[in-house]
Design a binder for this molecule. Structure first.
Ligand code: FMN
Length: 206
C-alpha cells in the first residue's frame, strides 16, 4: 500500500505512521515551574541525538486543555529538566503522569513517586527510575503544526547521568535488569526482553 500523509488517504482504521517508526523510547521528563511545582510527563518523540557532548531531544506537540504543555513552558522558563527512563515495573505510574492535570498539581505526588534532588540541575529526578539524565536546556526548534499550539523540538545537553547499581552486570547496563519500555503505534508498547550483538565490520573485512 501507499498513502500520502498530507491527505492521510491510508484507508486504514487508524493512522499507521507511528507504527512505522517503532519502537520509540520514552523520556519521562521531570521539570519545575517557576513557582516550584514539580511536573512529570512521558514523551515518546524522544531520543538521544548525539554523544559528544551527549544531547537529547523531545517534542511537545499541541496544547492540552490548559494550553501549552507544561513540560515545555517550564523548561523554557527555568532552563533545565531530567529525563528519567520508564521501565516495565513503572509502566502504570508512567501512564498516569500523561493525564492532563493543571499546572499546580505536583505530578510526582500524583503518581505516588518519590522526587529526589539532582546534582547539576534544579529539576528533581524520580527515585524509582534506574536511569536519570540531568539536562540543561539548549534550544527549541519550532516545526510546522497542523493544529492548535506549538510543535516544538526541545534539545537538552546532558550534564549529569545517574545509573542504578542494580541494573549493572560486569560493568555494563544489563537490559534484562533495566527492562526499559518503548512506545509502538496505537495503544501498544514494548519492553526490552531480547538482546543480540553484532560486531561492526572494519575496512579489513572488505
Ligand atoms: C507513552 C506516552 C508518550 C507520549 N509522548 C508524547 C510526545 O512525544 N509529545 C507530546 O506532546 N505528548 C506526548 N504524550 C502526551 C503527554 O504525556 C501529555 O500531553 C501530558 O499531559 C503532558 O504533560 P505536561 O503538560 O505536564 O507536559 C505522551 C503520552 C504517553 C502516555
Amino acid at each position: 500500500m501507499f498513502y500520502d500523509p498530507r491527505i492521510n488517504d491510508h484507508g486504514l482504521p487508524h493512522d499507521p505512521f507511528k507504527s512505522c517508526v517503532a519502537p520509540r523510547p520514552i523520556g519521562w521528563i521531570s521539570s519545575v515551574a517557576q513557582d516550584g511545582t514539580v511536573n512529570l510527563a512521558p514523551y515518546s518523540f524522544f531520543n538521544a541525538v548525539a554523544d559528544n557532548p551527549p544531547m537529547v531531544m523531545f517534542v511537545a506537540s499541541g496544547n492540552d486543555i490548559y494550553g501549552l504543555k507544561h513540560t515545555l513552558s517550564n523548561i523554557e522558563s527555568t532552563g533545565d529538566f531530567v529525563c528519567n527512563i520508564g521501565t516495565w515495573a513503572l509502566r502504570h505510574q508512567l501512564n498516569k503522569t500523561s493525564t492532563p492535570v493543571s499546572a499546580d498539581i505536583n505530578e510526582m505526588d500524583y503518581a505516588k513517586l518519590n522526587a529526589i534532588p539532582s546534582k547539576n540541575v534544579s529539576s528533581p529526578r524520580i527515585k524509582e527510575s534506574p536511569i536519570h539524565l540531568e539536562c540543561e536546556y539548549d534550544q527549541t526548534l519550532d516545526l510546522p503544526f497542523n493544529g492548535e499550539g506549538r510543535n516544538s523540538v526541545c534539545f537538552g545537553r546532558v550534564v549529569g547521568i545517574h545509573i542504578s547499581e542494580e541494573i549493572l552486570s560486569d560493568g555494563l547496563i544489563d537490559m534484562e535488569k533495566f527492562r526499559p519500555i518503548a512506545r509502538l503505534g496505537y495503544h501498544q508498547y514494548t519492553v526490552v526482553e531480547k538482546v543480540f550483538e553484532m560486531i561492526r565490520p572494519t575496512i579489513e573485512d572488505v
